[in-house]
Structure formats: C-alpha cells, structure tokens
Design a protein around this ligand. Structure first.
Ligand SMILES: Cc1cc2nc3c(=O)[nH]c(=O)nc-3n(C[C@H](O)[C@H](O)[C@H](O)COP(=O)(O)OP(=O)(O)OC[C@H]3O[C@@H](n4cnc5c(N)ncnc54)[C@H](O)[C@@H]3O)c2cc1C
Length: 547
C-alpha cells in the first residue's frame, strides 16, 4: 500500500518492519545447532514453519492477543456460574497454529512413548521460532506436551487421553475432553502458603469409589481453559498427583471455581488464575504419596521449554536489533557499521549463538536419554543449570536489545517492550533461580557418579579452549564443598557456561573459542559489548546472526 505523502513531513531513516521473513532461513546459528544435534533432515519443515511464523499476519496475531487480554466470566447475565475465560480470536489462532505444527505433542508416539529420533530437537526449533512471535499461548502448549510424562505413571489414563492429546487439532469448545477433537492440559501445584515448598499444600483429596473428591485452592493455575489439570493434593498416604477435568464423567461442569485472573507484568495473552476446588472430581495419577515424583516428570519438560522460550525471546531481540541497525543511519553512517554498535551486537550474537547451541544440545539429551545413560545424566544434571543460566540472562539481554532500537525499542507498538516484560517469568516459574541451583546440588548428591561422568565429558569436549580446564576444576571443587549451597550460584553458572562452550564447539568451534575466551577465561563484564573482539570476528558473528 502506498502511504500518503505530506509536503512537510516524509518518514525517512526508520527501519522497515522485521516481518515476512523466514525465521529459520535467516538464522544460521539455529540451522547449524539443529543439524549438529540430529535434526538436519527437518530443514524444509522448519523453513515452512519459519515462513509462516515470520509473517506479518502472525506478528499481528501476537500483538492482538496481548492487547486484548483474556477475561474471566464467572457468571452469566442470569447469575448462573460459568467459570469461563474468554480469549481474543487471535489467541485461538495462535493456539491452532502451534497445535497444527505438533508443538504440543510431536515428541510423543500415539501411545504416549518418547518419539525418539530428533523429535525433541525439531520440536524445540519450532518452539524457539514461535516464542519469537508470541510466548503467552505457549504456556498451555508446553504444559500439554509435558503432561504426558506425568500421565505415564497411570497407563490406563494415558491410554484414554492419548487419542485426544495426540491429534493436531485445536478445539477451544467448553466441553468434556472425551468429546473433543483435541485437548489441552494445565497444572496446579502452587498454593498461597508455598510454591517451591509444595509439601506444604493443604488441598485435600478424599477417596470416592475409584475416584477422589478434592477441596482446596491453587494460588497460580495458568491457562484455566485447559480441559484438565494435573493437581497436587494431600491424600491419606501423602501428597498425590491427580487428573482433574473441567467436566465430571456425567457431563456436569466440575467444581472448579475461578476467583480471579492475575494482573501480570507480562505473559498477558495467557490467563493465570486463582482457583478454589469444592469437592471437585479427580482421578489419581500414580501412587498415593508419590505426587512429587509423578509431577516432576512433567516439570522436567516444562523447565526445558522455559530455556528454549527464553533463548527464543533473546533471538528475537537480537534479530530486531540487528535489522534495525542495518537500516538506521546516525551521523551519515549505518548503525550496523559503527564500531561501538558492532561490538554490542556481536557480543549479543555470541550469547544467543551459545544459548541456542546449548538448548539444542539439551534437547538431543532428551531425545536419547531412553537408551543412553550418559545422555540421561546430562539431562538430569543440566536441565536445571541451563534453565537457570538461559532464563536469568534474558531480561538483561532484552533490555540491551531494546536500547539498540533507541526510543522505538521502548514503545509498546514494537515487540521488544512485550518481550522485555515477558522475559523474567521463565526464571520465576517452574522452579525459581535458587531452586534450580539446589536441584543441581540434589542431582550431584544423589547421582554423584553420573554427574561426575557429565563433568568429565564436558571437560573432554572443551579441552584446549580458553579457561575450560580451570572452569572444570572450579566446578568440581565447588560441588564437593560442604557449604556448596552458599556458592551454588557461582558453581551452577560456571557449569552452564562450560556446557554452553561444549555445545557451541559441536556447532561452530571458532565461536566456542570466542565464547570461552570472553566467558570462561575472563569474567564477562556486566554490559554487552564490553569485550575486545577482532573486526573479522565481529563481521563473522553478525553475518551468521541474520542472513
Ligand atoms: C505468571 C505465572 C504463572 C504461573 N502459573 C502456574 C501454574 O500454572 N501452576 C502452578 O502450579 N504454579 C504456577 N505459577 C507459580 C510459580 O511456579 C511459583 O510462583 C514459583 O514456583 C515460586 O513459588 P512461590 O511463588 O511460592 O515462591 P517461593 O517458593 O516462596 O520462593 C520465593 C523465592 O525464594 C527462593 N527459594 C525458595 N526456596 C529456597 C531455598 N531453600 N533456598 C534459597 N532460596 C529459596 C526461590 O528461588 C524464590 O526466588 C505461576 C507463576 C507465575 C508468575
């Protein structure tokens, strides 16, 4: 469309929108990380996905879904209880597109077993690209995918639900799950008196024949229009995991009463509820008293997705910053040609390059954990470390990306303000920062031999790289210390940096060396761009970052 022109005012020197791009084709570090971890043959599928999600139409849906936030309808006009949440059509469209691409189920077979091959890696690449456009709707997508791991503890229930979870249809109708074309699942663990400490849950489950009746509350329960929730409640034998559907088996609406929706900093397209259960119908998942052991299978996967999504948010920040810098001139010279801006962008590109290599390496471990003890140990030890490092680095990164766009970066019409507001949540939910560090310590103490094996492998994979030997020694020593909790953040960050260096070495050895030189051999300064990279290194990083 040609814009009207005004004699006094012509818009010049603004970057065009970063839209209608193939998010896969422009992202060489992503393509290389996917290939290095077994997903090369999916390049065409990923490019189709990248084109679709990089379109202006999808960007508009992302904006609309966040500007028109979900609304809780507790009652209808006649005073009947409804307990429904209404979403903008753009949100439903995003859900349908993600479901259509199998982001909610493609890592499982029709029977709910791990799909194997490179299913995790390929799905992660899609998740990473979708997160660059809209992250709120990915909450129910990720929980649905992850729920299968917990449902595995109850094979009869898994067999019943898999035919509905396993379709690529998105069915937003408010109806019993067994009548639907597709379904979504959420989870309810956090209560007012404790989120990390779920053992303090007060919600009670009373046996009712083969089923249970649950009474209590959840202080955070996201995506309330899911068709069922995996909730924790105290049964006779202790904390237990339950499958709580929105409809009871007789077709009546289950006694799940939403109190209100959270008014959140970001993640606004997604609804997060406070909820009360009053004798709500539920069935057990796994044994009584084994609730944490059951639901942790799900949480392991949502933690993996937190890291992928945060890497995706940072990638989007980098791409928008670089795109803008290539079009915007300051003092007769493009920003992208100004040495100081180049230093900032190249350092950011190095961070994203390492982050995507690391999350893809983690996904390979998930793909292979079933028949490879080394990969299983990697997955167990490094999932919390990677969630910690990648997710916690996102807010600072996005702040810097916004600044590359100057004032435009700070304005809500652009996507970076939204990404910035979204960025802290992945570190907070599914186990906050300290909790991730404690989880690494737990893995070390319970599976010391396996953890030792992982550290040895990382040591081999980073041999000769600047600062790697010292990082291995430091990490091993810190983890052996009796007071390691006090130094856990130091050690976990070092472990994650070491793993990132190793992962990047499989993708791009030259960049692994730069990463190690700036992050292992030296402590990275608190600001991006406060590094001394040679001009040809800067050029190489920036060309790869956005083709
Ligand atoms: C937008 C949003 C959506 C959410 N959706 C859901 C949902 O769908 N379902 C659900 O169940 N929950 C959900 N949550 C809740 C979330 O998982 C919890 O907020 C989180 O687990 C932290 O629990 P808490 O808020 O009770 O904080 P606390 O457990 O009180 O933790 C507070 C702080 O203390 C730290 N800490 C805890 N223990 C230790 C320790 N031993 N040593 C040192 N530091 C420690 C933590 O790292 C954290 O920084 C959601 C949260 C948000 C923000």
């Amino acid at each position: 469309m040609t814009q009207p022109s005004f004699a006094t005012h012509e818009v010049t020197n603004q970057s065009p929108p970063f839209e209608d791009v193939d998010l896969f084709a422009v992202d060489k570090p992503l393509a290389d990380a996917v290939a290095a971890n077994g997903g090369a043959s999916a390049a065409k599928e990923l490019s189709e996905f990248g084109q679709h999600w990089g379109s202006a139409a999808m960007a508009a849906r992302g904006r609309l879904a966040n500007e028109n936030t979900p609304r809780l309808r507790i009652f209808d006009s006649r005073g009947n209880r409804r307990d429904e949440v209404e979403f903008h059509p753009a949100y439903h469209e995003l859900m349908a597109r993600s479901a259509h691409a199998g982001i909610h189920n493609s890592t499982w077979t029709a029977e709910g077993k791990p799909a194997g091959g490179a299913a995790e890696v390929v799905r992660a690449a899609k998740f990473y690209m979708a997160a660059q456009v809209e992250t709120g709707h990915l909450c129910p997508i990720t929980m649905t995918r992850a729920s299968v791991a917990a449902l595995a503890a109850q094979p009869d229930l898994l067999a019943k639900t898999m035919p509905v979870i396993g379709t690529r249809a998105y069915d937003p109708s408010f109806a019993p799950w067994w009548t639907k074309r597709g379904m979504a699942l959420g989870m309810g663990m956090t209560e007012k008196q404790g989120g990390t400490d779920v053992r303090s849950n007060t919600t009670r489950a009373i046996r009712d024949g083969e089923a249970y009746r649950i009474t209590g509350h959840k202080w955070f329960m996201s995506a309330p229009m899911c068709d069922a929730f995996l909730v924790l409640a105290q049964a006779d034998e202790g904390l237990t995991c339950f499958f709580m559907p929105r409809f009871a088996p007789d077709g009546s609406v289950n006694a799940i009463y939403f109190q209100r929706l959270k008014d959140k900093l970001g993640n606004r397209s997604n609804a997060s509820s406070e909820v009360e259960f009053v004798n709500a119908y539920a069935v057990r998942v796994g044994d009584e008293g084994k609730g944490i052991r059951t639901i942790i299978q799900m949480v392991q996967l949502t933690r993996q997705d937190c890291a992928i999504a945060s890497a995706g948010l940072m990638r989007s920040g980098l791409a928008h910053a670089l795109h803008h810098a290539r079009h915007r001139s300051v003092f007769q010279k493009r920003l992208a040609d100004q040495p100081l801006m180049q230093a900032v962008l190249a350092d950011m590109a190095l961070h994203v390059e390492a982050s995507i290599a690391l999350v893809m390496r983690l996904c390979r471990a998930f793909d292979r954990a079933g028949d490879d003890a080394g990969q299983a140990a990697y997955m167990r030890l490094l999932t919390p470390a990677i969630k910690y490092w990648v997710c916690k680095s996102a807010p600072g990164f996005l702040y810097e990306a916004m600044e590359c766009l100057g004032g435009n970066g700070y304005v809500e019409e652009g996507i970076l303000a939204r990404h910035f507001r979204e960025s802290p949540v992945n570190a907070i939910w599914e186990g906050s920062g300290n909790v991730m560090c404690l989880d690494v310590l737990r893995a070390l103490s319970r599976e010391a031999d396996a953890a030792g094996m992982v550290l040895q492998t990382l040591s081999k994979e980073t041999q000769g790289l600047p600062g790697a030997g010292e990082a291995v020694t430091f990490t091993a020593k810190a983890f052996r210390r009796l007071d390691s909790e006090r130094v856990a953040r130091l050690a976990v960050e070092k472990l994650a940096l070491l793993a990132a260096t190793a992962a990047l070495n499989q993708v791009s050895p030259r960049h692994a060396e730069l990463f190690a030189a700036t992050r292992l051999a030296a402590n990275h300064a608190s600001m991006y761009g406060a590094v001394d990279l040679a001009n040809d290194e800067i050029r190489g990083l920036l060309e790869r970052a956005l083709s």
